[in-house]
Unconditional design. Structure first.
Length: 538
């Protein structure tokens, strides 16, 4: 492995066949019933939000002519291989498409959890091992994905090949942890739902009872959000456990695999409650949790500290503004009472109280996925607005300003705003504003990369937009954000439009964006590892 991830090296391979003995042609069943959307369509629709269509490939038996015709009619990418040796089918597809990282799925799991794919993608950016296997624990059956390297898939074992290896693609990887590094990641986006038994939930289509359940689940969740995930499924199971009794009696074939040791080094990350402080703290703490897991730590993610631990005092990383808990081992993120000059403090965002010594080289932290090229083409003149959880009044203030700029007719107009898309906030009144209530993190990065301009408030979106070379301008949604916006304009060259209430006085969208010279260094999290090492070494 080179250690450098390209999104073009990552492929989603879905093994699919029509010849199921328990439930023939199940993958072409419609969800909901009598619709034109099959199980395979649901899988492709979901994966298309992350992977380019040419990197989503159905791996089918050479004799499955009906399935091949279906895929051709849908214009889906497919690869024909051995009917009996599924692993060989994967290996030949891997070589054919020059894949380096393979996300393996099966054609009977229509509702794969997209947030988990994000974590696996993110984890790959930290892997230097040539041979590895990645998966998530704590997901309902059928919603998970596994990922492994091409080197591991193509690894040749000595002696005769056991029949089970030809039937099960990655079994030769999982049975040899001494060769292939086994990484089992926690589902931190589900940390608030640990009281629900995930193992009892079957979100797959093996038998007619399973099909009945997924159709019912679509009506309950899919009509509201077609890309619902494990979080919504577990929340439903918590509120209405009887909902999932339909297929509870169906048995699942399992293999006994070598146990992967849990890490003895523990840490709890405490993030600010999203309902009160927005989702930025949670999003970056999820990325931080994964980074620490990849460094060998067992991570707990919570909105509250562990004040009554029966074990040795647990190290805490606190991303919760200026709140103090006075625990034995604390590391502070963006807490203005603890400057980054201290060994147990770091700033993930620039701040006026910490002088910037080099204005062209700014330290920060966010998901490494924000550094990647998601194969997007920038739309000239497009403005992306990230409005978070702003209400009707504030959302309208931003919309009115941009619509005025959009329709501003002047001989010397230079802004060249052609369209506006807003993510978050309240639904717009004006039809000129394209609106998306919420998106996945990867889809959000794609929206950033496909926009020429980004209008937001001081925070994580600002940094991720700079990373992608977009032209940013800021508004002040609170008195704190107003002062931070002024700081960003003075110190970083990011245009600040003023408070939301003052937007009516502004006539022009910014023309100059001096911040384009800024270079970001995504290193503000490295200090946390050194701090943890000092604790566990003492």
């Amino acid at each position: 492995m080179s250690g450098i991830l390209s999104t073009r090296d990552c492929f989603a391979f879905i093994q699919a066949r029509l010849g199921s003995t328990r439930f023939p042609k199940k993958i072409l069943k419609s969800i909901p019933e009598n619709s034109n959307t099959t199980v395979l369509d649901h899988i492709h629709n979901r994966l298309s939000t992350i992977f380019p269509k040419e990197q989503i490939v159905f791996l089918v038996p050479e004799s499955d002519t009906e399935l091949i015709k279906f895929l051709q009619n849908r214009n889906y990418q497919y690869f024909i291989g051995s009917e009996t040796d599924v692993r060989d089918r994967f290996r030949k597809a891997c070589l054919h498409f020059h894949a380096k990282h393979i996300f393996r799925l099966t054609g009977d799991n229509p509702f794969v959890d997209l947030e988990s794919i994000r974590y696996l993608y993110e984890a790959i950016t930290y892997i230097s091992d040539s041979y590895y296997s990645l998966s998530m624990v704590g997901l309902p059956l059928g919603m998970g994905v596994e990922c492994f390297s091409a080197d591991s898939l193509l690894y040749e074992t000595e002696g005769p090949i056991p029949e089970r290896y030809t039937e099960h693609v990655s079994l030769h990887i999982k049975e040899h942890p001494e060769i292939h590094k086994q990484i089992r990641l926690q589902t931190h986006h589900l940390s608030h739902l640990t009281d629900v038994s995930q193992n009892a939930l079957r979100i797959t289509v093996d038998e007619p009872k399973d099909y009945e359940l997924v159709c019912k689940l679509w009506k309950e969740l899919g009509l509201k959000d077609p890309f619902f995930g494990a979080k919504e499924v577990l929340q439903l199971a918590k509120e209405n456990p009887k909902f999932f009794l339909i297929n509870a009696s169906v048995e699942q074939v399992v293999f006994s695999l070598p146990k992967v040791d849990r890490n003895s080094k523990k840490v709890r990350i405490v993030y600010a409650e999203p309902a009160e402080y927005g989702t930025g703290h949670l999003e970056r703490c999820k990325s931080l949790a994964l980074f620490l897991e990849m460094k060998g730590y067992e991570v707990e993610l919570s909105t509250t500290p562990d004040l009554h631990s029966k074990d040795l005092p647990l190290p805490h990383v606190l991303d919760i503004r200026e709140n103090e808990f006075h625990l034995p081992h604390e590391f502070y993120i963006d807490n203005t009472n603890h400057l980054p000059t201290k060994p147990n403090s770091s700033f993930f965002l620039p701040n006026p109280i910490a002088p910037i010594t080099n204005k062209n080289l700014i330290s920060y932290f966010s998901s490494p996925l924000s550094d990647l090229d998601w194969n997007q083409t920038t739309i000239p003149g497009r403005v992306l607005v990230y409005a978070g959880s702003l209400g009707d009044k504030n959302s309208k203030q931003i919309d009115d300003y941009l619509i005025r700029c959009l329709h501003l007719e002047s001989p010397d107009k230079k802004t060249n705003i052609s369209s506006v898309i807003r993510i978050g906030g309240s639904p717009p009144i004006d039809q000129n504003i394209e609106f998306i209530a919420r998106v996945s993190y990867i889809e959000f990065l794609k929206q950033i990369q496909s926009s020429e301009f980004v209008l937001t408030y001081f925070g994580q979106t600002m940094m991720e937009s700079i990373t992608n070379g977009q032209k940013i301008c800021l508004v002040g949604i609170t008195p704190i954000h107003e002062s931070l916006g002024q700081f960003a304009e003075q110190e970083l060259g990011i245009p600040y439009l003023g408070s939301l209430s003052s937007l009516t006085e502004k006539k022009n969208f910014p023309i100059d964006f001096p911040h384009s010279k800024i270079k970001l260094v995504r290193d503000a999290h490295i200090k946390i590892v050194k701090w943890l090492e000092s604790i566990y070494e003492s």
